[in-house]
Design a binder for this molecule. Structure first.
Ligand code: SF4
Length: 221
């Protein structure tokens, strides 16, 4: 079995619990959603250039980088048969800290019992994405302190919905909660003011660091 890898590179992790640390990124082709603000839509196209690699080939390339943090991303990396094989292989190497970025629409339960399972960095899609109806709400019960739930907000309406989901699911107590802006769509200070207005203790506002270091459209960084 092979995986369609559209890019693989080492950079700093721009977001999540390992933000600012080096990580090897493995970006897999294809996504089952179509968010209004998608910044990797090029990787989701059927004709996107990709290299078919086996799980072992991906693992070997990761080890060559001598970087312990690994981020599996996309697209939607869980949206393919056989992804478990790759996750199990990576989980078997205790030196690696593996994170999988997932869009919230794929049931996480089948992956929850992988021994030393990867950390889930799960989006919860807000109204402006036009994809909220695709969310798999039961995932919010699976996430724990190994994981992150990320709300990408583009408006006050999005922030209202994020707050509602956070409170209703007691997410601050159970997992790590991040709010990020849709790049260029919302004043960053408005997010801070909103958090102050509602005393959003324990919620992390996070900027995608790589978009400030490099051109926001730059690939492979
Ligand atoms: S889930 Fe992510 S990769 Fe898929 S369309 Fe939305 S933003 Fe793009």
């Amino acid at each position: 079995m092979t995986y369609d890898v559209v890019e693989m590179f080492t950079s700093i992790n721009g977001e999540g619990m390992k933000a600012g640390q080096l990580a090897v990124f493995v970006r897999l082709k294809g996504c089952n959603l179509n968010c209004s603000y998608c910044d990797t839509s090029w990787a989701n196209k059927k004709d996107a250039d990709s290299t078919p690699l086996t799980a072992r080939q991906i693992y070997n390339k990761i080890k060559e980088e001598k970087v312990n943090n690994v981020t599996i991303t996309g697209g939607e990396p869980l949206w393919r048969n056989g992804i478990r094989e790759l996750l199990e292989l990576l989980a078997g190497d205790k030196e690696l800290a593996v994170e999988i970025e997932t869009n919230g629409s794929i049931d996480l339960e089948p992956f929850n019992n992988i021994e030393n399972r990867p950390s889930f960095t799960m989006d919860y899609k807000l109204p402006d994405s036009e994809m909220e109806t695709k969310m798999h709400p039961a995932n919010l019960k699976i996430l724990d302190k190994r994981d992150v739930v990320k709300f990408v907000a583009g408006s006050r309406k999005d922030l209202d919905r994020a707050r509602q989901v956070i409170v209703e699911n007691d997410l601050v107590t159970r997992t790590n909660v991040y709010i990020s802006p849709v790049f260029g769509e919302i004043e960053l200070s408005d997010i801070v003011e909103y958090m102050k207005e509602y005393n959003m203790n324990g919620v992390n506002m996070q900027l995608q660091m790589h978009k400030f270091i490099w051109d926001p459209q730059e690939r492979g960084v």
